[in-house]
Design a binder for this molecule. Structure first.
Ligand SMILES: NC(=O)N[C@@H](CC(=O)O)C(=O)O
Ligand SMILES: [Zn+2]
Ligand SMILES: [Zn+2]
Length: 417
């Protein structure tokens, strides 16, 4: 099977991409090999398929929020061709049997490449660590209790030792529960103005400091999920300077929103970690620009309309992000002139692939899997929840005007959007 994508803009040139048996066979200004199928990109840009190391697909158990099918279709709509699914489904992915079931489902229902994390400890909250060795053998991409911080140092220490032994990362949702005090947004002036209970950013940074000590002692690859405070960025900067094997992701919403923008009690502005202060946000942006933070990940967290209505006091934590991430980063970092497209693609493709040793994702080189997306970078559009393929419509960015609309997405040469 041979196919051709023609008239695609790549590195300021119009190219044709020849795809043979799912792999990129040739990239050239003209290709005259006879093919079975041709896709005309009509002068739009081609980018390597995006990679998101942090999504919630809610399947099994919470299919009313999202399924692997709808989540992966939404990913394709966002230009993503590889995503890493979190284990906080029902049942939690904390046993080899549950893990094996997820592998089966992800393969059966995913229209893109859906890789799977396994839990660090039972039910994401127990002190007892999971069978890390067995789940590694079954294909786990890493271990995480995302949704919960690991509260005891010994549990984290043991998990790191085991993960290091199988050469897989620990992905940390860093949150010390003793510092949360029932907060629903960041503690500080904004929470006081709104009269809402606040949670301190120290909850994240204090646990991160502990983890970095443990990571140094074990040598494990330690990856910080959804980093959100300036203290965390500083800790990470020091850890990297010391040569620790540590990486971090930041979400588009923590880069683009802060608590000063929460004008009223609005559940679409509620997520964990919460939007922090403008100073925290500035530190996240500098950290991303100077390489302290390695990558952008969405933390796509779909919830139902009911769960995301009413007051922030009772609404669920989390927002969707997989269908808006590229447009938001492209518009606010590339179109605005802060970085070039290649840098944004480092944050959303190359660095995730390298940090997690992904061998079957495409980077738009001859011989790579034909995982790619065609993007219209020149015409603005408005983010509209009716266009989302995700079941979750819980986005604070609805109505925003952005650039970077996905025209088509291909996985192993097959058009999936
Ligand atoms: N980010 C969130 O606010 N929610 C996530 C859990 C998580 O990522 O911690 C979820 O599963 O809904
Ligand atoms: Zn989390
Ligand atoms: Zn998450």
């Amino acid at each position: 099977m041979k196919s051709l994508i023609k008239n695609a803009r790549w590195n300021d040139e119009l190219v044709s991409i020849l795809i043979e048996d799912g792999k990129i066979a040739k990239i050239a200004s003209t290709v005259d090999t006879p093919v079975d199928q041709t896709f005309d990109a009509a002068g739009n840009h081609v980018i390597p398929g995006l990679v998101d190391v942090h999504v919630h697909f809610r399947d099994p158990g919470l299919e009313y929020k999202e399924t692997i099918k709808t989540g992966s279709l939404a990913s394709a709509h966002g230009g993503f061709t590889t995503v890493f699914a979190m284990p906080n489904v029902d049942p939690v992915v904390d046993t080899p049997a549950a893990f094996a079931e997820m592998v089966k489902r992800n393969r059966r229902d995913g229209v893109i490449k859906v890789k799977q994390y396994a839990a660090i400890s039972g039910a994401l909250t127990a002190d007892r660590i999971t069978d890390i060795q067995k789940m590694a053998a079954l294909g786990a991409i890493g271990f995480t209790n995302d949704g919960h911080g690991v509260q005891t140092a010994d549990t984290m220490y043991q998990a790191m030792q085991q993960a290091q032994a199988v050469h897989l990362p620990i992905v940390a949702h860093v949150e010390d529960d003793s510092l949360i005090h029932g907060g629903v947004m960041n503690a500080g002036a904004a929470a006081e103005r709104l009269g809402l209970p606040g949670m301190s950013g120290l909850s994240e940074s204090a646990q991160l400091a502990r983890d970095l000590v443990l990571a140094a002692a074990t040598g494990v690859h330690y990856h910080v999920a959804h980093i959100s405070t300036k203290e965390s960025v500083e800790l990470l900067r020091i850890a990297k300077a010391r040569g620790l094997n540590v990486t971090a992701e930041v979400s588009p919403h923590h880069l683009l929103l802060d608590d000063s923008m929460i004008e009223m009690d609005n559940p679409m502005m509620k997520m964990n970690p919460p939007l922090r202060t403008p100073e925290d946000r500035a530190a996240l942006i500098s950290g991303l620009l100077d390489g302290t933070i390695d990558m952008v990940a969405t933390d796509h967290a779909p919830h139902s309309k009911e769960e995301k209505s009413g007051s922030m006091r009772s609404a669920a934590f989390g927002i969707v992000g997989i269908e808006t991430a590229f447009s938001l980063i492209y518009t606010h970092f590339v179109k605005s002139g802060l970085v070039d497209l290649a840098t944004a693609l480092k944050w959303m493709v190359t660095n995730p692939i390298q940090a997690f040793n992904i061998t079957d994702a495409g980077q738009l080189r001859v011989g790579d899997p034909a995982d790619l997306a065609i993007m219209d970078l020149d015409h603005g559009y408005q983010i509209d929840a009716d266009d989302f393929l995700s079941k979750g419509k819980n986005s604070p960015f609805i109505g925003e005007s952005v650039y970077g609309k996905t025209i088509a997405t291909f996985v192993d040469g097959k058009q999936v959007y």
